[in-house]
Ligand binder design. Structure first.
Ligand code: TXA
Ligand code: MG
Length: 314
């Protein structure tokens, strides 16, 4: 079993020795290791059961560090970081040699992000290397938003979980890249497309690519619980029916089912995002076969929530 706590010294010592530590961020918990150490990075892929074609995000303490690991940094990248860092935005930038090819799965770009979490910020400013960290879940499963989620699934594979409480955003970072003059969003997340566009103008949304995914978070089936998830209108099938064996994931409405999770009784998208992955994990453990879920309003953070629900339903 992993130890869970807030002992920064212990986290620093383990990471410095090349070991992995689960770390809190505002989006989801990460499975972190020294991004410049091949043996640590190899361990990340092993512990997560992640194929090595899927690149890792590298976490830095601030924009100053970006120049150490990336080059030819577009002007818009700096603008975005100034506005949204620390925060749930990952910038894909041309990588420098110091970043191992294993981290980027051979791609010539590296995903860089400065997370907005006090403990993890202290950690990042106390070590002389950046942290590669995918979400701390087995590959393909729902991301963890609490220390207990990490313990349940990776507790026997790592030594320490830095406990930063429940994640305040609850969905992963938005991933943005720069292709010639175009700004491309590869994953919808904690910073909305609207927020980005109001700062730097039009973006292209390219969050689906099943054949040759540039970003495997684009894989059709991802973020999925073990139970079958069906996405649709809840009112039709549920009115007048007592569906045994079926759990309900609703946005706002109370269906008075013994097996339900209401994401936000007051209809707030940020609360729904915070609860989303806990809800899927909760429903996955109930004695049911199927999870019936509904989409949320498709604006702002709602787009990221709906993206995760659709992938969970594949
Ligand atoms: O919010 C987050 O981003 C969390 C926390 C821990 O920071 N991390 C996270 O990592 O969600 P992960 O590995 O679960 O998802 C990262 C996604 C993957 O789909 C990966 O393919 C994509 O980012 N990615 C990373 N580097 C990339 C690159 N150079 N080019 C394209 N996609 C990249
Ligand atoms: Mg992930």
């Amino acid at each position: 079993m992993a130890e869970t706590g807030t002992n920064l010294k212990k986290a620093i010592a383990l990471l410095t020795a090349g070991e992995l530590v689960a770390i809190p961020t505002e989006t989801v918990y990460g499975l972190a290791g020294n991004a410049l150490n091949l043996s640590s990075v190899t361990k990340i892929f092993e512990v997560k059961g992640r194929p090595q074609f899927d690149p890792l995000i590298v976490h830095v303490p601030g924009f100053a560090a970006v120049e150490l690991y990336a080059q030819n940094i577009p002007r818009q990248a700096k603008l975005l970081a100034e506005r949204f860092w620390p925060g749930p935005l990952t910038l894909l930038l041309p990588k420098k040699k110091i970043i191992p090819d294993l981290v980027t799965a051979g791609l010539d770009t590296v995903g860089l992000r400065c997370p907005d979490h006090t403990l993890t910020h202290q950690l990042l400013t106390s070590i002389p290397f950046p942290l590669a960290a995918p979400s701390a879940n087995p590959f393909g499963y729902v991301s963890p938003t609490r220390a207990e989620h990490v313990e349940e699934q990776l507790g026997d594979k790592i030594q320490y979980i830095l406990d930063g409480g429940p994640c305040s955003i609850g969905v992963e970072s938005t991933i943005i890249g720069f292709e010639n003059e175009a700004l491309v969003i590869y994953r919808l997340g904690g910073i909305t497309q609207e927020q980005i566009e109001s700062l730097i103008g039009e973006t292209i949304l390219r969050t689906h690519s099943s054949s040759n995914p540039k970003s495997p978070g684009q894989l059709e089936s991802h973020y999925a619980p073990r139970k079958k998830v069906i996405l649709g209108d809840l009112k039709e099938p549920l009115l007048g029916h007592q569906l045994q064996d079926t759990g309900i994931l609703s946005f706002q409405h109370d269906f008075h089912s013994p097996f339900q999770f209401i994401l936000s009784p007051t209809g707030q998208l940020d609360e729904a995002a915070q609860n989303l992955f806990s809800a899927l994990r909760y429903l996955d453990k109930l004695p049911i076969n199927t999870i019936l879920a509904e989409t949320v309003p498709d604006v702002g953070l709602g787009k990221a929530i709906n993206d995760r629900l659709r992938r969970a339903a594949r």
